[in-house]
Each structure stands twice: as C-alpha cells, then as structure tokens.
Design a protein around this ligand. Structure first.
Ligand code: AMP
Length: 292
C-alpha cells in the first residue's frame, strides 16, 4: 500500500505535517534534528531561531501551534493572528524541512488530565499575571519534544522566563534535548519583534517604545546596583504612564536569570530586567539581561 505523502504547501518548500503520523513519516531519516516551537504569525525573530537551528541540524522542524492551554479565558486566543500559508512561505525561505501544524483536536483529542507543573518559578512575573500560563507552555513543549524527538530545541530570549522554565523542565525531568537560546530581535525602532505587534496602532506603537527605552535606561544604570537599575527603568515608565495612549505597567522586575527571584541589593551575576505592560488592548513583554 502506498503511504499518503504529507501535503507540500510550497513547491520545493517544507513538508507540512498535520498529524503525528505525517510528522513521523517526514522524520524517518537519520541525522541531527532541531525543533523551533512557535505559535505562527512568523516574523524576523522566528527567522533568527530557524537560522540557529539550521546551523546545528540536518533536519529543521518548525512547529506552528496556537496552544489554547497557555491562554487565559480573557486573553487573545481567538484573535491571535493565524496564516499558515504565509508561515510556510517564510519557512521555505529559511530552508526549513518540516512544518508541523497540528489542529487543537489533534494535540488535545481529550481534555488534558496530566500537565507539567511549572512550580514556584512559574508563579512569578508572567505566571502571576497569567495564572496557568506556564503549565500550558511546559505541557505543550513536553508534547512537542516527545512528538518530534529533536536533538536540539531553539527558544527566544524574548520570553526569558519561558526559556528559563524550559531549561529547568529539561534538567529536572531529564529530557534528552539541548536547549539553545536566541537573542532578542528588535525592529529598527527598538520594539522587540512580536506577532502581537500587528495589534498596535501607530500611536500605540510610539507609546510602546517606552518599554525598550526603560530597559536601556536600566542597563545603563547597572554600575549603581539593582536599586539604581530599577529606579532608572521606572523613571522612563512613569513618564510613559502619562503618554497618549498610556503605557499601563503590569510589572517591572529585576530578577536572577536562572531562578526569576528578585535580585537582592548585593546581587552578583546575571540578572534579567523584565517588563510587561499594556498599550491599548495589547499586552507586551520585553527584557534585557544585565550582568551585575
Ligand atoms: P511565539 O510564536 O511568540 O510563541 O514565539 C516562538 C519562539 O520565538 C519563542 O521561543 C520566542 O521566544 C521566540 N521569539 C519571538 N519573538 C522573538 C524575538 N523578537 N526575538 C527572539 N526570539 C523571539
């Protein structure tokens, strides 16, 4: 019997696998496999992850899956931008071999009863603002790692707490995969590239630039220690709170890079200055690493 071939969206482009069976057939060959997990609406930031994957692997897999488990009931799951044809075309430009784009029913055929608990580190910052978010993230990442079985998985430092938690999951649960971090890609105006930036009006985007400005100000104050870093960043964000449209701060925190606990006054080592804020109806996050 002839095996059905996974659908190819672009001539010469990646194989598009919609089910675990199609994925398995696409990955039957030997060699180093690298996975880039995404929610689609791909942009330059995702491209940089694909390039790191391409440097390391014979086969690059990009997963495109808007994971309902990591969205709260009042979040943007329904309106999150989705365009698989555009995503597949971008993947073709980056020489990606396989796009894994399962449906929600394929990934979650029944209510998920067993999940990966992100622990206390998953309850701070993003986890405090978005209860259950990191359980959803780690659960889908565990499923994708089990489905693809990559040697390497590439994540962006844009989601600093996410990659720190993925590293912890892999260490604590002995998952046999190498985690590679990709630096944050920024648009020319300094705004961190994000699929959610399409929600911003021109005026909102101008206000949103305060996030990266605040992080830069914080980093420039590093010599003064943690409190000086926080004060410098807060000064920028306080100004932006009065802008039109305003930047509504969710959190600004200077944390230890590995544990995401607050950096104490005498903190030495790598820290992350992380910010989350709302501009209009769009929630944005950004961060910068600061050696202290
Ligand atoms: P997302 O599709 O937003 O879930 O992101 C998929 C992956 O791309 C995650 O590992 C993100 O951290 C990473 N990513 C998204 N935006 C950027 C960016 N501007 N720079 C670097 N990595 C990014």
């Amino acid at each position: 019997m002839t095996e059905p071939t996974p659908q190819t969206a672009t001539a010469g482009g990646p194989l598009v696998a919609r089910t675990p069976e199609e994925l398995r057939r696409a990955l039957s060959g030997p060699g180093h496999v690298a996975l880039v997990p995404t929610m689609g609406a791909l942009h330059g930031g995702h491209r940089s992850l694909m390039r790191l994957a391409r440097e390391r692997a014979d086969t690059v897999v990009v997963s495109v899956f808007v994971n309902p488990l990591q969205f709260g009931p009042d979040e943007d799951f329904d309106r999150y931008p989705r365009d698989l044809a555009a995503d597949t075309a971008l993947c073709a430009e980056e020489g990606v071999d396989v796009v894994f784009a399962p449906s929600v029913a394929t990934m979650y055929p029944a209510p998920q009863m067993v999940t990966v608990d992100a622990g206390p580190m998953g309850e701070r910052l993003e986890g405090a603002s978005r209860p259950g978010h990191f359980t959803g993230v780690l659960t889908v990442v565990a499923k994708l790692l089990n489905l693809v079985r990559p040697d390497t998985a590439v994540f962006g430092e844009k989601d600093a707490q996410q990659i720190a938690l993925v590293r912890r999951m892999v260490a604590d649960l002995d998952v046999p995969v190498e985690i590679v971090g990709a630096p944050i890609l920024r648009d020319p105006d300094g705004l961190a590239s994000s699929s959610r930036n399409v929600y911003l009006s021109d005026a909102e985007r101008r206000s949103a630039l305060a996030l990266s400005r605040a992080l830069r100000a914080g980093r420039e104050a590093a010599a003064g220690g943690p409190d000086a870093v926080r004060a410098a960043a807060h000064a920028v964000l306080d100004g932006a709170a009065g802008a039109a449209p305003p930047v509504v701060l969710d959190y600004l925190a200077l944390v230890d890079a590995a544990t995401f606990t607050e950096a104490a006054p005498g903190h030495r080592g790598d820290a992350v200055l992380a910010v989350a804020a709302r501009v209009g109806s769009t929630r944005l996050i950004d961060n910068v690493s600061i050696p202290l």
